[in-house]
Design a binder for this molecule. Structure first.
Ligand SMILES: Nc1ncnc2c1ncn2[C@@H]1O[C@H](COP(=O)(O)OP(=O)(O)OP(=O)(O)O)[C@@H](O)[C@H]1O
Length: 306
């Protein structure tokens, strides 16, 4: 066992055939993933897919059953110094609630022996200006997450691991946290691993995406490669059940929602078939308001790749 140094290349993190079991539950079933220097990788999967387990094993916080893990070329479980250049952001950041953010950051700066100018830089990069003097506990969930990012940044990490950092946030806050991560990659060249169960938000910011389901990688590649061939149409209709039935009757893969019918299009033939089926539906009295072509969600992607 063991990875030769030659095989590692410039990977910041490399997992090969990693397995992890909790009792009779296999959380990771032979996962191989690598992240190159400066890369922004999205790890996407539904709840319970194994994202957190993969992250904990990658950081050496959890012992794998088999397979190889190298973080900056070292086994993080045997050699915790491999984590020295890694910043970690969790779903619910926990920092002392009563301490003003700026004091938290200064305290971290003293620990890491970095100058005050780095604290100001971290505040700026995390978009925290104007909120620095507020106690951490009084910040909104989104600002708390950005304070956690600033806190991690004070140590100048080369690799930032963010485990579902947006899952607790509203859409505006989600966008601002993702924007912050994106800026870190572009302006600082930080390598980033972002896990999420929301495919659409990850697609917008990452270079590459790894899709995980029940402990196995089911797809990986650039966002376009992974979702390129999957098209989804949402047809808004007053009676989605009736419309879905008519479309299914024409061989389409349609599913009724509350206000719309979701149709998975498997190619240009399906697109033509949808338009013809809608025309037929209208002539038999089933109405629709409009069609939107949308990005596939995680569910649609998983149906396609598993
Ligand atoms: N300490 C543990 N003991 C027992 N089972 C565990 C433990 N940690 C995780 N599991 C199980 O392993 C599987 C993967 O869990 P994991 O937390 O890695 O998934 P996840 O993709 O991060 O999910 P979520 O989005 O819900 O956090 C799940 O079935 C979970 O119940």
């Amino acid at each position: 066992m063991g990875l030769g140094a030659k095989a590692l290349g410039q990977a910041v993190l490399e997992l090969r055939d990693v397995r992890k079991r909790f009792g009779d539950r296999e959380a990771l079933r032979g996962v191989s993933v690598s992240i190159g220097e400066g890369e922004f990788l999205g790890l996407v999967g539904p709840n319970g897919a194994g994202k957190t387990t993969l992250i904990r094993v990658s950081l050496g916080l959890l012992r794998r059953d088999s397979g190889d893990v190298r973080l900056f070329g070292r086994d993080p479980f045997l050699d915790p110094t491999a984590r020295e250049s890694v910043g970690v952001i969790f779903e619910r950041p926990s920092l002392p609630a009563t301490m003003p953010v700026i004091e938290l950051l200064r305290r971290a700066a003293r620990i890491y022996g970095v100058p005050e100018s780095d604290v100001r830089e971290a505040v700026k990069l995390a978009g925290l200006e104007g909120h620095e003097s507020r106690p951490f506990g009084q910040l909104s969930a989104g600002l708390k997450q950005r304070a956690a990012i600033a806190h991690a940044l004070v140590a100048s990490p080369k690799f930032l691991v963010a485990d579902e950092p947006t899952s607790n946030l509203d859409p505006v806050e989600r966008a601002s946290v993702l924007e912050t991560l994106s800026r870190l990659k572009k302006e600082r060249g930080v390598t980033i691993l972002l896990s999420s169960h929301v495919l659409s938000e990850v697609l917008r910011v990452v270079d590459r995406i790894v899709v995980i389901k029940q402990g196995s990688v089911v797809a990986q590649g650039a966002p376009d490669e992974v979702i390129g061939s999957i098209k989804v149409a949402r047809v808004r209709a007053p009676d989605p059940q009736a419309l879905a039935k008519a479309l299914i009757g024409r061989g389409l893969n349609a599913e009724a929602g509350v206000q719309e019918v979701t149709v998975r299009l498997r190619g240009p033939d399906d697109e033509r078939a949808l338009l013809l089926a809608l025309a037929d539906a209208v002539s038999s009295g089933i109405r629709y308001y409009g069609i939107d072509l949308v990005e596939p969600g995680l569910e649609e992607l998983l149906r396609e790749v598993s």
